[in-house]
Design a protein around this ligand. Structure first.
Ligand SMILES: Nc1ncnc2c1ncn2[C@@H]1O[C@H](COP(=O)(O)OP(=O)(O)OP(=O)(O)O)[C@@H](O)[C@H]1O
Length: 620
């Protein structure tokens, strides 16, 4: 025993030891017990999850959808969350009462249901539609290679239709406005269906044609318009125009001295009734060129163009023209690897024409005076569809399967680029909004017409789920004019006050203030420069994205070519065909950036001259 330590302190310490020893032990024991409990809890949870997963898997199997249960669960969870915030495409976004003003271009997307083939291949639905948005869910694995997660890429269009949407709804939102334009203004309008092969273009376009056939004659009768309806139906296949209504007779594409494009040999067929119309169109469809592709057993490898002419019965003068274009399915380079050289050349031509079409519609949306319609035969044929007073609808169709997400993303990006430009151009033109947009906002189909088309829909008008109410719609139609005027006045005053605010910050010295007109012109030039610079940046960015994508595909193409070189003498030929396609696409992309760059250059020069004038003004 240490003599320096008193017995009392030793006792105290003993006491402490004897107290803290069992307490500490107790604590440790409790912690171990808690850990064990937690582990058991985790095990129970895992077991429960496994059991639930099994039940879920069995349910999916019974429902004929044996896809990846984890990804399906994640997508469902995400949808449940979103459903709280969004509506499906239930409300009318067309007709009387619609406040949508989509201008000259309407961009819509349609997702088709999963096909039996996809279900058998254990694919799962990876696209969610909540009008006007659509999301593509990409299934990913973390670096550990086990943990699954999803990425969600969203797009917004004028209309987004899910697998439950009927073609009647799609018709009313996308094609009916075109028919109205053609019938009531004797104008021109075009409806395109675009998407990857097997995504539902032909399905959608055929159904639109069915409804259109009835609506057209009813509409002409209702409005008391006397015209002769004639149809031309042809396909553009491998660069050749073939008349589908006359045994696929080859026609010549000619451009006369005035720049008018004519298809010589193409014959119009009179369609005196809806039944006539349908019979002719169905005969045309049966003549289309189809082949089996990786993605579709019966893939249309041509662009099918159905032209509906309204002609003056006395002299044949054109009184309106509606063009319906079922575009050939887009395929990516990697999809064409198992094709022979002819099929690959076919795909290359299709892709080039689709790229060129995108550039033309974008130019139209931007109200560009130069539309690059010479980029392909397709756009050359459709030259008159790109006139400034024409209306255009683009329906992008997507397949829902997870195995098609890359394609779906491509399709949506394509459609988005068209819309993106349209939005920026319409916002540029905000201050010039006038009577033209008034027609779109306030006038719509008659009450009878809405009920006629609605009666074809599967909706029950009495159901509380259907927020479409004919009574209400008619009331809104009556109020629309007044509302339009009020809206216009308030928008205009908003714009004027915006301008005033900006001008306030620009005024440096009171005495040297330029006149109001000169100042607002300088401001407008500055705003326009800002807008076009932004457009150039967007264009450049999108071009780089496309180029980066192409770069990857080209690397793959070279690898494929090298691998094939040992097996086939065709390898170099195929490589050359694909390379030509890539070079064409790049040229188009560069041209579109160059065009934007030239516009910016022009605006910068204008702006500098304004600045010089303003400085000179200040100095005097
Ligand atoms: N909305 C839909 N509802 C039900 N089935 C659909 C729908 N859309 C497409 N399908 C079916 O999917 C298959 C492929 O459709 P479709 O032939 O229209 O595709 P596509 O895009 O025209 O293909 P391609 O470009 O290869 O010709 C068809 O069997 C069609 O019946």
């Amino acid at each position: 025993m240490n003599p320096n330590v008193s017995s009392s302190s030793t006792n105290n310490r003993r006491k402490t030891i004897s107290v803290s020893g069992p307490a500490k032990y107790d604590q440790t024991r409790k912690r171990i017990e808690r850990m064990e409990e937690e582990r058991n809890e985790r095990r129970r949870e895992t077991e429960q999850k496994k059991a639930a997963r099994k039940v879920e898997q069995a349910k999916l199997l019974a429902a004929g959808n044996p896809g990846d249960v984890d990804f399906i669960g994640m997508v469902q969870e995400w949808r449940d969350e979103q459903a709280k915030m969004h509506n499906n495409h239930k409300q009318p976004h067309y007709g009387p009462g619609s406040t949508d003003n989509h201008g000259n271009i309407i961009v819509a997307v349609r997702k088709r249901p999963m096909s039996n083939k996809e279900i058998q291949k254990k694919d799962h639905d990876s696209i969610s539609c909540f009008h006007p948005k659509i999301w593509v869910h990409s299934a990913k694995f973390k670096v550990d290679g086990i943990t699954k997660y999803l990425t969600h890429t969203g797009f917004q269009f004028d209309h987004a239709f899910g697998e439950d949407s009927t073609t009647d709804e799609i018709y009313m939102a996308t094609t009916m406005p075109l028919l109205d334009h053609v019938v009531s203004t004797q104008g021109r309008a075009t409806c395109f269906c675009y998407g990857m092969t097997g995504s539902g273009k032909t399905y959608t376009m055929s159904a639109i044609q069915q409804i259109l056939a009835h609506d057209l004659y009813e509409e002409l009768k209702e409005q008391g318009i006397q015209v002769e309806v004639t149809l031309a139906f042809f396909e553009l296949y491998g660069g050749f125009v073939q008349d589908l209504l006359h045994d696929r007779k080859r026609c010549k594409l000619l451009e006369d001295g005035k720049g008018e494009v004519n298809i010589t040999g193409l014959q119009e067929v009179p369609a005196r009734s809806a039944e006539d119309f349908l019979r002719i169109v169905s005969a045309g469809h049966s003549q289309r060129t189809t082949h089996t592709t990786e993605a579709n057993d019966s893939s249309s490898r041509s662009h099918a163009i159905c032209q509906v002419f309204l002609r003056d019965p006395s002299n044949g003068d054109l009184k309106g023209k509606l063009t319906l274009v079922d575009l050939a399915g887009s395929e990516r380079g990697s999809d064409t690897k198992s094709h022979n050289s002819l099929r690959r050349a076919e795909s290359a031509e299709i892709n080039t024409s689709l790229l060129s079409l995108k550039e033309c519609i974008r130019a139209l949306g931007q109200k560009n005076t130069h539309v690059p319609y010479r980029g392909s035969k397709l756009t050359l044929i459709l030259k008159d569809c790109f006139s400034p007073d024409s209306k255009t609808t683009m329906i992008a169709t997507v397949s829902p399967g997870a195995s098609a997400t890359d394609h779906s993303l491509n399709t949506l990006r394509y459609a988005d680029r068209i819309k993106e430009q349209r939005i920026s151009s319409s916002s540029n033109k905000r201050s010039t909004r006038g009577p033209a947009s008034r027609t779109c906002t306030s006038s719509g189909p008659s009450r009878q017409r809405i009920s006629r088309i609605l009666s074809a829909l599967k909706w029950n008008p009495n159901s509380s789920e259907n927020q479409f109410d004919i009574q209400k719609a008619t009331r809104v139609e009556e109020d629309a004019d007044e509302k339009y005027i009020a809206e216009s006045v308030s928008t205009l005053s908003g714009e004027i006050s915006d301008l005033d605010d900006d001008e306030g910050t620009e005024r440096p010295i009171k005495e040297t203030k330029p006149t109001e007109r000169e100042e607002s012109e300088a401001l407008r030039a500055a705003r326009e420069l800002f807008d076009v610079e932004e457009e150039l940046r967007d264009e450049h960015f999108a071009c780089l994205q496309d180029m980066a994508e192409m770069l990857q595909e080209e690397f793959k193409m070279i690898q494929d070519m090298e691998a094939m070189a040992q097996a086939s003498d065709d390898a170099m030929d195929n490589y050359a065909i694909k390379l030509a396609e890539y070079l064409d696409r790049k040229e188009l992309l560069i041209r579109s950036v160059q065009a934007k760059f030239d516009i910016v250059k022009h605006h910068r020069e204008m702006n500098q001259s304004f600045t010089r004038d303003m400085e000179a003004f200040v100095q005097t």
